[in-house]
Design a protein around this ligand. Structure first.
Ligand code: MN
Length: 154
């Protein structure tokens, strides 16, 4: 069992960063629309550089934007015990146990950069579930707007 984080990151464009701990770093995908429990959604997930483990609890003003820890918890690879290899091969099945996200997800590579993120239609699936309806940090309770305004979380 390893850790994961999803940050809601307002940069030039709003996106959510999905980061899965593996091999001592956080394998990362930027999901413009944000991950969802909706099994009908097929979401673009752009594979980006690995990040360090500090991102697991990093929120604040960064560069010209801001980020919050939108969700976090643990994850387990499915259908494989070698997630690094699954990523290298372009298809990773995994289960999330977060505060917002749960259940089986699949990341599938479409080209070297662009992957698809889907939630399987399992017991955690919720049709029409919208990540933007749950805007607060699971770490501090703050919204991105409150972080940008310098409000201290608790
Ligand atoms: Mn980002």
């Amino acid at each position: 069992m390893s850790r994961f984080v999803v940050q809601r990151h307002r940069a030039r464009r709003l996106h959510y960063d999905l980061r899965l701990e593996m091999g001592g770093v956080l394998a990362s995908w930027a999901v413009p629309k944000g991950p969802t429990l909706d099994p009908g959604a097929r979401l673009l997930a752009v594979h980006v550089d690995d990040h360090g483990l500090a991102e697991l609890e990093l929120e604040g003003v960064v560069g010209t934007g801001d980020k919050i820890v939108w969700d976090r918890g643990t994850w387990t690879p499915a259908k494989t015990d070698d997630p690094l290899r699954a990523v290298a091969e372009g298809e990773l099945h995994f289960d999330l146990a977060g505060e917002k996200l749960a259940g089986r997800f699949v990341l599938v590579r479409r080209d070297p950069k662009n992957w698809l993120l889907v939630h399987k239609n399992d017991g955690h699936a919720v049709r029409g579930w919208d990540p933007e309806s749950f805007p607060r940090s699971v770490l501090s309770g703050r919204t991105n707007e409150e972080v940008a305004a310098g409000i201290i979380g608790g």
